[in-house]
Design a protein around this ligand. Structure first.
Ligand code: GLA
Length: 382
């Protein structure tokens, strides 16, 4: 992949580019908790986007080529705005946010392409943002620290893409570590790398193949619903700033004073934060059965309380329930499509893929795509 991207760069542009790898991510547990200032447990994965990037001598012109799509776009650093949609927005958004911090990058050329399955909810968007932010910072020696790069990549998505995402995806893409998940406190941004010792189990992703177009608008709606919940809690306790500050008791105490939907959204978030902590404890103790059980609980919450699942995802999770070689499964990411994450006995993977693939084909008339992923290093020069 790296050679391929480099040779395309050399055909189209001149100069010796810097080569960068920016990974996608998985999330073991902690869904929709990041923008509620809670806990998440993601990891960067061994699938990502490779960038070839170099400063050019074209003044303020930035030239970008998406190798996998065979699409070219250029823009002027002094005059650009978001398009209706498209990959350009992730990249221009990053440039915009760097400028907002009062840095003045010059024109650059970039070619990128990778192997993150499209629409699978593995955060190719965060990889795009983080890879470019990292690359621009390197080639122009801007000296922006990694934490800042994470935050500006997130803002790019808010301001140029229009999704009010949390910080998890960008954080995971930047801070990943081989064989570790990242326990991130999204309020303080304190984090630790937790070893992911799965012994004779592995992580397998099943791709629902549902495009999560709906996700963007519903995602923002969920955020608003959580904010509506916080407003209600704040009336009785002004020290509550996010759902992170709400415990189960407080939540139940407010059940009658909030709309039923808002209550369920809040209930999910409060419980999910607890699950992240519990999964960490279970991982420490090597209790994978408990991890699996918590994954199933997480799915139930996403399905019934947060309502971001869909019939394909529910079907994929349900298929695993009677298989004693699978410890747990849940939908992963923002929802309305994307993948399920499954904790499967390694020597059972082939059988599992075969069986669930057959069932999925029968039910939805589509071939099921599955991926095996491994926690890997974050954005880096290659
Ligand atoms: C998307 C967002 C993340 C996070 C997840 C849900 O991936 O980009 O910030 O909120 O959904 O956990």
């Amino acid at each position: 992949m790296q050679d391929h991207i480099l040779s395309i760069f050399q055909q189209r542009f001149s100069g010796q580019p810097l080569m960068i790898h920016a990974p996608g991510r998985i999330n073991l547990i902690g869904e929709h908790t990041d923008y509620n200032k809670g806990f998440v447990l993601p990891a960067a994965i061994d699938k990502g986007i490779v960038f070839a990037i170099a400063a050019n001598d074209q003044g303020n012109t930035c030239r970008m080529y998406a190798a996998d799509l065979d699409e070219y776009y250029e823009f002027d650093l002094t005059n650009f705005k978001p398009l209706t949609r498209g990959w350009q927005n992730y990249l221009m958004g990053v440039v915009h946010e760097i400028q907002q911090l009062a840095y003045a990058p010059k024109g650059f050329d970039v070619v990128f392409g990778g192997n993150i399955p499209k629409g699978a909810g593995l955060s190719s968007s965060a990889a795009l943002e983080c890879g470019l932010a990292f690359g621009i910072n390197e080639i122009f020696q801007l000296g922006i620290e990694r934490f800042r790069l994470i935050q500006l990549s997130q803002l790019a998505e808010h301001n140029f893409v229009g999704v009010k995402c949390g910080i998890m995806d960008q954080f995971a893409s930047m801070m990943g570590k081989h064989n570790h998940v990242i326990r991130l406190d999204c309020r303080s941004l304190d984090y630790v790398h937790v070893p992911l010792e799965l012994n004779d189990y592995s992580l397998v992703l099943c791709d629902s193949d549902v495009s999560h177009d709906l996700a963007d608008s519903e995602y923002n709606t969920r955020r608003e619903e959580c904010e509506a919940g916080i407003e209600i809690f704040r009336k009785s306790d002004p020290n509550i700033h996010s759902l992170r500050d709400v415990d189960l008791e407080t939540l139940l105490g407010h059940q009658q004073s909030m709309p039923e939907v808002i209550f369920r959204r809040c209930r999910y978030v409060v419980a999910e934060n607890n699950r992240v902590q519990e999964v960490c404890t279970a991982l420490e103790k090597g209790n994978l059965e408990r991890v699996g059980a918590l994954l199933y609980q997480g799915h139930a919450g996403l399905q019934h309380d947060y309502e971001v699942s869909c019939k394909e995802l529910d079907f994929l999770v349900d298929q695993t329930r009677t298989d004693d070689k699978i410890l747990g499964a849940r939908m992963m990411g923002g929802g309305f499509g994307g993948c399920t994450i499954n904790l499967v006995k390694t020597d059972h993977i082939d059988t599992f893929i075969d069986q669930i693939g057959t069932a999925f084909q029968k039910k939805f008339g589509k071939t099921l795509k599955t991926y095996q992923v491994h926690p890997s290093a974050g954005v880096r020069i290659i």
